[in-house]
Structure formats: C-alpha cells, structure tokens
Design a protein around this ligand. Structure first.
Ligand code: URA
Length: 185
C-alpha cells in the first residue's frame, strides 16, 4: 500500500475525525485517481494528529512531538511508498534532508529513504496548488511517478535490468535470446 502524509487536520477534519475532507481533500482525490490509485491502495494520515491551535502551519516542535505516532502508524501499515504532501510531511519523514522553507519545490518528485528505511516521495500539498495553480502540472507528474513506483513500473533501471555485452558474440547471443520475445519475429 501507499501512505499519504498530509500536514494536520483542519477544523472540518477535527470535527469529523477524518483526514482531507475539505477542498484540499477533493483535489487530493483528483490527483490520486488521475494517477491510477484506488482508494483501497491508500492509507491517509497527517504529520500532526491534531488541529494546531497556535498557528496555521505546524511548527517543527509540533511535528517532532507527533513523529512517534506517525512512525508507529507507518510501522503497522508497512507501505511500499510514502507520499509526503508539503513541507510539514517532508520534515516529518525526512528531518535530515529538508532545511529550507522551499524544500518541497526543490525535492518534489524524487525518491528518498527515511532514517527508518521508508521510501518517501515528496509532492506539493494540494492546498499549495489551490493557492498557486502553476504547480498543477508538476504535481500531476509527481503523482504519476508515485503510481509507477507503487505498481512496479518505474522507469528507473534496477540492477537486474542491465545486461553487459562485452563482445560481438555476446551481442549476437543476446539478440538471439531476446528476439523470439519481440512480437512479430
Ligand atoms: N486536511 C488534512 O487532513 N490534512 C491536510 O494536510 C490538509 C487538509
């Protein structure tokens, strides 16, 4: 499965006890459906477990305080991939990687390993995209990358995908081996 980590519940989410029920949630559904995910592939949670009373964006100390609960959720779910939505989730999952407030805009779409060994892809938060439409295409392609990793079709080569051919005999053998699998031959 895939775990999606948001920022924190808003007032609506706090009242309903469910993550992403507002406008960000609708856009989130658009992104994951467009990429190919089904709801049943996903487990959705937040970097912070409660509505941050002090400010709109949770502070690092609040995210640090919530990290053990988040990691316990991840250890129970054992996801193949974690999607970190926005800077709060990015800091929650990769506290050693992110250092600047625009972290998500330089790190989005790349895959990182968290200190606990989770595979993490940062993607801009839907709320940020609602504020700045120009982020839309980049988020669409990040979501597609996330889906291709989840479904095992990521274009990044695995070591077993590489065959080294040292001389012409090996090239000839290689083609004889693969040609029957090429359709129409
Ligand atoms: N709702 C959530 O649950 N998390 C967010 O990050 C935004 C909206």
């Amino acid at each position: 499965s895939v775990v999606i980590v948001g920022e924190a519940p808003g007032r609506e989410e706090e009242a309903l006890g469910k993550p992403f029920v507002g406008r960000s949630g609708s856009l989130l559904t658009e992104f994951y459906s467009n990429a190919g995910f089904n709801e049943s592939d996903l487990y959705i949670t937040n970097a912070c477990g409660c509505f941050p009373a002090t400010s709109k964006n949770p502070k690092k100390a609040q995210i640090d305080a919530c990290r053990p609960r988040l990691l316990a959720e991840l250890q129970a779910v054992k996801p193949k991939l974690v999607i970190a939505l926005g800077n709060a989730a990015l800091y929650a999952m990769l506290p050693n990687v992110v250092s600047s407030p625009d972290g998500i805009l330089s790190l989005h779409g790349k895959v990182f390993s968290s200190p606990e060994g989770f595979q993490v892809i940062p993607i801009p938060h839907p709320a940020a995209i609602l504020r700045n439409n120009s982020l839309f295409p980049l988020a669409v392609s990040d979501w597609r990358r996330a889906y291709s990793i989840f479904s095992g079709n990521d274009a990044v080569l695995k070591s077993t995908d590489v065959t080294v051919l040292n001389d012409l005999d090996q090239v000839r053998d290689f083609f004889q081996r693969i040609l029957p699998t090429v359709s129409g031959y």
